[in-house]
Ligand binder design. Structure first.
Ligand SMILES: *Cc1c(COP(=O)(O)O)cnc(C)c1O
Length: 352
């Protein structure tokens, strides 16, 4: 039996996606060739990337609104620098909300190219909440936020209202719930958490925000390079893009993002209800900021650790240990996670 995969990333994929990807590795599109040995410029692969781009715009409700969809290399981590390169003028300032490890890393990269102004931080409480009610200066080139804090298990419910481009790292919660995606000017997400396999990063960018910094941007770092060549400026990760296309189609077939949200809410409610009910556990994140993707919690009585972990192992629960910076446990219950797996974890929690 397959394990219940709570891994934070790379993470669970829908079974049907894994099966289709495996079949394409053996024989892609009846070419009698493997997906991973054909040209990224073949008409067959071109159809894959075009379909993936179309699905992204459809699921986000962003068709015909001036957005471009790219599949790039370098992970979400490269986007920390790439966003700044493309949006931050020399001597410019950008506002950053510091909600944890990934935000902190994005701030570090922006400071290489200009000034990252920290609008607010939740560091004072170990990043267990999302700061609210902070002031936003008027002289910023853009504002950057992390929508879901994968490590700490917090998620932004209300995005800041700004009149400069709003940039968001959605690596661990893209398409987990309905949003007005048009309020963002640039969205990026490493595929390996919520929409695919590792090796590609989705970027959705409103093209009219580009080309305004006055700086010379290295070719590979320039979004305009990749837009002009439709993500095929250089050899992309064909396998990862293929898996993303399948995953996005899976979300669409399920009923789209609205349906995905209903399922995700059920899973999160089930797990948080047990954390709140069971005196053996305590949640890490502030209740109003709880993520529906990464659920962080600890045991109230450390002496139950061995029993809990043994029961979990016997039940086939995989990768639910907390990040080393937080400790305790983290159940990543991304889009592809079936509710049965969440129930399996809850059953173990009840048995401790
Ligand atoms: C995992 C993660 C990243 C880093 O992604 P890579 O693709 O490994 O570079 C960045 N931001 C968030 C919110 C993440 O969860």
């Amino acid at each position: 039996m397959k394990k219940h995969n709570f891994s934070a990333g790379p993470s669970i994929l829908p079974d049907s996606v894994i099966k289709q990807a495996a079949a394409a590795v053996l024989n892609f599109d009846n070419m009698d060739l493997s997906l991973v040995e054909v040209s990224h410029r073949s008409p067959q692969f071109d159809a894959v990337i075009k379909k993936a781009q179309k699905l992204v715009l459809e699921l986000a409700g962003l068709e015909n609104k001036g957005y471009e969809v790219l599949f790039l290399g370098g992970g979400a981590s490269l986007q920390f620098l790439m966003t700044a390169f493309n949006l931050l003028p020399e001597d410019g300032k950008a506002g950053y909300l510091d909600t944890g490890t990934w935000s902190t890393k994005s701030i570090k990269e922006a400071n290489i190219l200009g000034e990252a102004v920290v609008l607010a931080t939740s560091k004072d409480k170990g990043y267990n909440y999302i700061p609210k009610g902070y002031a936003i200066p008027s002289d910023l080139a853009y504002v950057h936020v992390t929508s879901n804090n994968t490590i700490f298990g917090t998620q932004i419910m209300d995005f800041p209202k700004v009149n400069v481009p709003l940039v968001v790292d959605m690596s661990s919660d893209i398409f987990c719930k309905e949003l007005d995606f048009s309020k963002f000017d640039l969205i990026y997400a490493g595929a390996q958490k919520n929409i695919g396999a590792s090796g590609t990063t989705l970027v959705i960018v409103k093209s009219d925000i580009l080309g305004k910094t006055g700086r010379t941007i290295p070719t590979m770092m320039n979004y305009e390079t990749h837009i002009k060549k439709d993500s095929l400026f250089h050899t992309p990760s064909v396998f990862s893009i293929y898996v993303s296309m399948l995953y996005l189609q899976w979300v669409k077939d399920l009923g789209g993002v609205a349906e995905m949200e209903k399922i995700n809410n059920k899973k999160a409610d089930l797990l948080y209800a047990e954390i709140d009910r069971n005196p053996n556990f305590i949640g890490f994140a502030a209740k109003e900021d709880r993520s529906i993707m990464n659920v962080t919690f600890t045991l109230t009585d450390e002496s139950k650790k061995d029993k809990f972990e043994k029961l979990a192992q016997e039940a086939g629960i995989h990768a639910f240990k907390g990040h080393r910076s937080v400790g305790g446990y983290r159940a990543s219950i991304y889009n592809a996670m079936p509710i049965e797996s969440v129930q399996a974890l809850v059953d173990v929690m009840k048995a401790v």
